[in-house]
Design a protein around this ligand. Structure first.
Ligand SMILES: [Zn+2]
Ligand SMILES: [Zn+2]
Length: 735
C-alpha cells in the first residue's frame, strides 16, 4: 500500500516561478487538485490553488508550513484545464501562481465561495484589511464589524452581519464610503432566452464549411475559415453552435476586445434561443463571477468572451470558435503574456475537440498552418446575396495635390455620394487634429517630455497630448524656443479631416468616431445609431470603425494615408496594415449598392496593395510568407523577446548585455540565435528607457530548453534588480 500523501504542491500568486509545498491539515480530507486553499506566505496569508499532493517534499520538515484552510469542496478547474494552465505557465515562462490567478474571477482570488455570486456580500477591501486596530477606536460598532469581517475574507452576507450587530447598516455605509468595505451586488440570474429569429438560407460555401465543422466533432482538429468580408462567417458559426448545443454540449466563442458589441450578443441570443454567458473586461466583479459560474455549471450553453475567457471551465465544451483570429488583442501585452488563440488550440488538443478560427485576413502563421495541412482550410470566397466586392482604386499621392489631406478624386467621389444620398467613410489611423506642432520660424517641434515622441495637437480641447504616455499640455500661442507666433500643425488627424470636410461640404452631416469623440459612455452607441438611421453622410474614423459594423447605405470608403505601416521596423506591420485595409474596405457596398474603395498612397506599386485590389488575401499571404521565410521570421522561426526598462538611461541595456553574456555559454550547445541588445524603437516612453533582446530559434523545443536555463540564470543576475524586465514568448508587438 502506498503511503498517504502528507504534502500539497500549491500555486501561490507570487512572482516566483515555482510552486510551494505545504503540509496537509491533519484529519481533514486531502484537497483535490484545482481547489483553493488559504496558506501562510511570508508574513501574509494568500489564496493558492492545489496542483497536486505528494508523500515527500524536498524541503526540510521544519521549513514546511501547514495549509490553514481548504476553501472548496470540489475543484474549480477540471483536470484538463489544470493541465492547460500548467502548460501555459511553462510555455510562456510565467509563474504558475499568477497564471492560476489570471484564470480565476477576482472574487474567487479573494476567497469568496465559488457560488457566491448573487447574494449581496460585504468584504474588507485591501485598505480595510491593512487598517490598524486602533484606527476605529472611536466607533466600537465599526470596530466590531471590521473585526468580524477580518475573520472572513470571503465576506459576510447581510444575515451574517445581523448576527454580529443588529444595527449594522449605517456603520457599514460609512466604512464603504471610506473605501474599507467592498460590496458585491446584483443578483446572479441565469441568462434569459430571446425569441428565436429565423435563420437565412445558406450559400453552398457556407453549407460546405458547416459540414466540415460537423465532421470534425469529437476529435481535435483546427479549422481555418477564410471568408471575405460580408461572406457570412457568423452564420456559419451560428449553425455550428446550434448543432452542438442541440446535443446538450457547450461552445466557447472568443472575439476581439472591439468586436464584443451588444449587437453581436443580441444576434447570438436571438438566433440560438439558448442561455449565453458573456465575459469581457467591462463586467463588474460580481457579473464576471456570475458568468463564470454559469459556464462552469453548464447552465450557459454558449460563452462569448474576450481573451481571458479561454480559461473558463466548461464541463461540456465541445467546440471552440475564435472570430477574427488574427486580431492582436488576443495577445496579452503585459504580465502573463499569453496568446488566447494559441492557448485555445492547446485546450482543444487536451480536451479532444475541434477549434474553428475565422477571419477574412488570417494571421500569416495560421495561413501557413493551413498551407502545411495542419489546419483544414474552409473558404467562403464570395459575399452573400448579390453583393459584389468593392472596386479598389489606388490614388498616387506623388501625382495628386491634396486639399487638407484629401485628393481631388476622393473629393469628387464624396460629392457623388452626397448627391445620391449614400454614405461615405474616411479612414485615418490618427486621432487628434495634427500629429506634430511645428514653429515655421525656427523649426521647433513640440516634444513629449517623457517619451521620444511628438505631441499631438487636439484643437477642440486646445491641448497637446502624448498618445504614448497620456501627458497633456496647453496648446502654446507662441514658440517656446524663439517666441514666434508662426506655429502650425503638420499632417492630419481625424479632427482636422472633420474640419476640412465641414469646409468642403458645408451641407454634409459629418460623424467623427475615434477614441476622443466616444470617450463618454454611450456616445459610440449614439453615433452608430445616427449612422444607421441615415442621420449622417460622412463618417470619419479610426480603426474603431474598421470592424464589425454593417452600414447598408455606405458605398464609399476612402483611406487617407495608407502608408503608415509600410516599411516599418516591425516585421508584422505590413501584415497588420493589409488586415486593417481589407477590414475597412469591407465596409463598402452591400447587396444592391456596389461599393468603391479609394486608397491614397505614395507607394501604389507595393504588392500589399495589389492583393487588396484583387481581393485576394491569399495572394498577399504567399508574397508575405516568402519574405518571412527569407528573413527567418515566424512562422519560419520561433521568437522570444526579452525586454527591460528603467528610469535610468543605461540600466536596461546594461542588464540585457549581461543577459547576452549569460547566453553565450549556453548557445553553443543549442541551435538558438541571440541578436544584440538594442534600445527599443521608441527608446524613452513615459519617462522610462527601454531596450530589448530578440532570441530566435528554428525549433520550438530548442527555444524553450534554452529559455529554461537562461531565465534561471537571469533571476540571479544582479543588474536585473535595477530594472523591470520580462520575457515575451511569441511576441506580437516588437517594440
Ligand atoms: Zn520657433
Ligand atoms: Zn509621452
Amino acid at each position: 500500500m502506498s503511503a498517504a500523501p502528507r504534502f500539497a504542491r500549491i500555486a501561490v500568486p507570487s512572482p516566483l516561478s515555482r510552486h510551494f509545498d505545504y503540509r496537509l491539515i491533519a484529519g481533514e480530507p486531502v484537497p483535490a487538485p484545482g481547489t483553493r486553499v488559504r496558506v501562510p506566505f511570508g508574513r501574509q496569508e494568500l489564496i493558492g490553488v492545489v496542483l497536486g499532493v505528494a508523500t515527500q517534499s524536498n524541503l526540510p520538515r521544519d521549513k514546511l508550513k501547514s495549509i490553514r484552510r481548504s476553501l472548496d469542496a470540489e475543484p474549480l478547474f477540471p483536470v484538463t484545464l489544470m493541465e492547460l494552465l500548467v502548460w501555459a505557465s511553462a510555455y510562456y515562462h510565467h509563474p504558475i501562481g499568477e497564471v492560476m490567478a489570471t484564470a480565476l474571477p477576482v472574487l474567487l482570488r479573494r476567497g469568496l465561495p465559488a457560488n457566491a455570486a448573487g447574494e449581496k456580500r460585504f468584504a474588507l477591501t485591501e485598505a480595510g484589511r491593512q487598517l490598524s486596530p486602533d484606527a476605529l477606536k472611536r466607533s466600537p460598532l465599526q470596530q466590531r464589524l471590521v473585526q468580524a469581517l477580518n475573520a472572513r475574507a470571503e465576506g459576510l452576507s447581510a444575515a451574517q452581519l445581523t448576527e454580529v450587530a443588529s444595527h449594522w447598516r449605517d456603520a457599514i455605509k460609512r466604512l464603504t464610503a471610506r473605501g474599507l468595505i467592498h460590496i458585491t451586488e446584483e443578483p446572479c440570474q441565469p441568462p434569459k432566452l430571446a425569441g428565436q429569429h429565423r435563420a437565412p438560407q445558406l450559400t453552398p460555401a457556407q453549407q460546405a464549411a458547416g459540414a466540415a465543422i460537423l465532421a470534425a466533432s469529437g476529435k481535435f482538429q483546427c479549422l481555418l475559415l477564410l471568408g471575405v468580408t460580408g461572406s457570412g462567417k457568423t452564420e456559419v458559426y451560428l449553425r455550428a453552435i446550434e448543432e452542438v448545443i442541440a446535443r446538450g454540449d457547450q461552445v466557447l466563442v472568443l472575439v476581439p476586445e472591439i468586436g464584443l458589441t451588444p449587437q453581436l450578443v443580441t444576434r447570438f441570443e436571438g438566433r440560438l434561443n439558448a442561455p449565453v454567458a458573456v465575459m469581457h473586461s467591462g463586467l463588474n466583479e460580481n457579473e464576471r463571477l456570475c458568468a463564470w459560474q454559469m459556464a462552469r455549471t453548464a447552465q450557459a450553453a454558449v460563452v462569448i468572451g474576450t481573451r481571458s475567457a479561454v480559461f473558463t471551465p466548461m464541463p461540456k465544451l465541445a467546440l471552440i470558435i475564435i472570430d477574427e483570429e488574427h486580431d492582436a488583442s488576443f495577445k496579452q501585452q503585459d504580465g502573463f503574456r499569453y496568446h488566447a488563440r494559441d492557448v485555445a488550440i492547446k485546450r482543444a488538443r487536451l480536451e479532444n475537440l475541434p477549434v474553428l478560427l475565422g477571419s477574412a485576413t488570417p494571421a500569416l502563421e495560421s495561413l501557413h498552418n493551413a498551407q502545411q495541412g495542419r489546419f483544414q482550410l474552409l473558404s467562403l470566397p464570395e459575399r452573400t446575396g448579390a453583393a459584389q466586392p468593392p472596386r479598389v482604386t489606388l490614388l498616387d499621392l506623388k501625382r495628386l495635390k491634396r486639399n487638407e489631406g484629401i485628393s481631388p478624386p476622393l473629393i469628387e467621389a464624396l460629392q457623388a455620394r452626397l448627391d445620391r444620398k449614400e454614405q461615405s467613410l474616411l479612414f485615418l489611423n490618427r486621432r487628434g487634429f495634427a500629429p506634430v506642432l511645428m514653429c515655421h520660424d525656427c523649426g521647433w517641434l513640440a516634444p513629449c517630455k517623457r517619451c521620444d515622441a511628438r505631441l499631438t495637437i487636439h484643437q477642440r480641447s486646445r491641448k497637446l497630448r502624448c498618445h504614448h504616455c497620456g501627458a497633456e499640455a496647453q496648446l502654446p500661442v507662441t514658440c517656446p524656443a524663439c517666441g514666434s507666433g508662426n506655429l502650425h500643425g503638420i499632417g492630419e488627424g481625424t479632427e482636422r479631416i472633420e474640419t476640412a470636410l465641414a469646409r468642403l461640404f458645408p451641407q454634409a452631416r459629418i460623424e467623427r468616431i475615434d477614441r476622443d469623440s466616444t470617450r463618454r459612455k454611450g456616445s459610440l452607441e449614439e453615433k452608430l445609431r445616427r449612422v444607421h438611421a441615415g442621420e449622417a453622410d460622412i463618417l470619419v474614423g479610426t480603426q474603431m470603425l474598421a470592424k464589425g459594423h454593417d452600414f447598408p447605405d455606405l458605398t464609399l470608403v476612402g483611406v487617407l494615408n495608407a502608408d503608415q505601416g509600410l516599411y516599418s521596423a516591425d516585421f508584422r506591420s505590413e501584415e497588420r496594415l493589409v488586415q486593417q485595409l481589407v477590414q475597412v474596405a469591407g465596409r463598402a457596398g452591400r447587396a444592391d449598392k456596389p461599393g468603391e474603395v479609394l486608397i491614397q498612397t505614395h507607394h501604389p506599386d507595393n504588392p500589399a496593395f495589389a492583393a487588396l485590389a484583387h481581393h485576394d488575401y491569399r495572394e498577399f499571404g504567399r508574397y508575405a510568407l516568402a519574405e518571412r521565410e527569407a528573413a527567418q521570421y515566424p512562422p519560419f522561426a520561433h521568437l522570444a523577446l526579452l525586454r527591460a526598462e528603467s528610469p535610468k538611461p543605461d540600466a536596461a541595456l546594461a542588464f540585457l548585455r549581461a543577459a547576452h553574456g549569460h547566453a553565450e555559454n549556453l548557445v553553443e550547445a543549442e541551435p538558438v540565435h541571440l541578436m544584440d541588445p538594442v534600445p527599443s524603437p521608441m527608446e524613452r516612453r513615459a519617462g522610462r528607457y527601454r531596450a530589448q533582446l530578440l532570441v530566435q530559434a528554428g525549433e520550438r523545443k530548442a527555444l524553450h530548453d534554452f529559455l529554461n536555463i537562461w531565465l534561471a540564470q537571469l533571476e540571479g543576475e544582479k543588474l536585473g534588480h535595477r530594472v523591470r524586465w520580462s520575457l515575451d514568448v511569441d511576441p506580437v508587438e516588437m517594440y
